[in-house]
Write a protein that binds this ligand. Structure first.
Ligand SMILES: [Zn+2]
Length: 241
């Protein structure tokens, strides 16, 4: 069975979907689910014109469903619920999703041994993701600020500002003004890996390139930098929520 992803314009908005060519299917089928997003199964010999016709014909229904499951951009990452594992500073923690005590207006996350208790209010609609993200962002700020200060002082480097944000393609960056930015999800990695990213960006305060001068300084400051970078590449999918 062949499959491919594509984007269609449905009700004037782009929707990412997956098409599967099936040898066995007798007719075209459309499905929308949180795990797969919009999926179209097309019998093997059917033309793409049939696919386009089906998308047009069911546009309103598709629009409603992708909105409902929040999958306009494609499927979401795996469901987060009780029993899911989340890495925090490289250590796996098991989620326990529960209701907040009555009277609490805001949900919260409590770290407890190897568990993360996510206490939701009725407004959180059973989705632990926003609370968990807020908690990871705060932890990232605390941890990264402390590590940047310490490592900068040790190596005589002076960043201007530390920005914690969401970077999809890079874990850290350094601007020509000396501002260091980090993706908050970096705090899911082991401390040594976080330090390597911090050292990399600190070294850019002296060399805003990856030339020999930068490499020499980086090797002095963080000899295990390259191993840490390959850890990040190998665990890219584990550092998502
Ligand atoms: Zn760099």
């Amino acid at each position: 069975m062949k499959e491919q992803t594509a984007v269609a314009v449905i009700c004037d908005k782009p929707v990412r979907y997956r098409v599967r060519r099936s040898d066995r299917a007798r007719r075209l089928s459309l499905q929308v689910s949180p795990r797969k997003g919009l999926e179209v199964v097309l019998p093997r010999r059917w033309s793409l014109a049939e696919l386009e016709r089906a998308l047009r014909e069911h546009a309103l229904w598709i629009d409603e469903q992708v909105e409902r499951f929040d999958v306009r951009q494609g499927p979401r990452s795996p469901e987060l619920s009780t029993g899911s594992r989340v890495l925090v500073l490289g250590r796996p923690r098991t989620l326990l999703v529960e209701g907040a005590e009555p009277g609490r207006r805001r949900g919260r996350v409590v770290a407890e041994n190897d568990r993360l208790r996510v206490q939701l209010t009725p407004d959180d609609l059973l989705d632990p993701r926003p609370l968990l993200e807020r908690w990871l962002r705060r932890l990232a700020r605390r941890h990264l600020e402390a590590r940047v200060c310490e490592l900068a002082a040790t190596h005589g480097l002076a960043p201007s500002r530390i920005i914690i944000g969401e970077r999809t393609s890079r874990w850290g960056s350094c601007s020509h003004k000396g501002n260091l930015s980090f993706c908050y999800r970096l705090v899911m990695a082991p401390p040594a890996v976080i330090d390597a990213v911090v050292c990399h960006e600190l070294c850019h305060l002296r060399h805003l390139n990856h030339g020999p001068g930068f490499r020499k300084l980086l090797t002095e400051v963080c000899p295990e930098h390259d191993e840490s970078m390959s850890w990040l590449r190998d665990h890219h999918d584990d550092l998502q929520i």
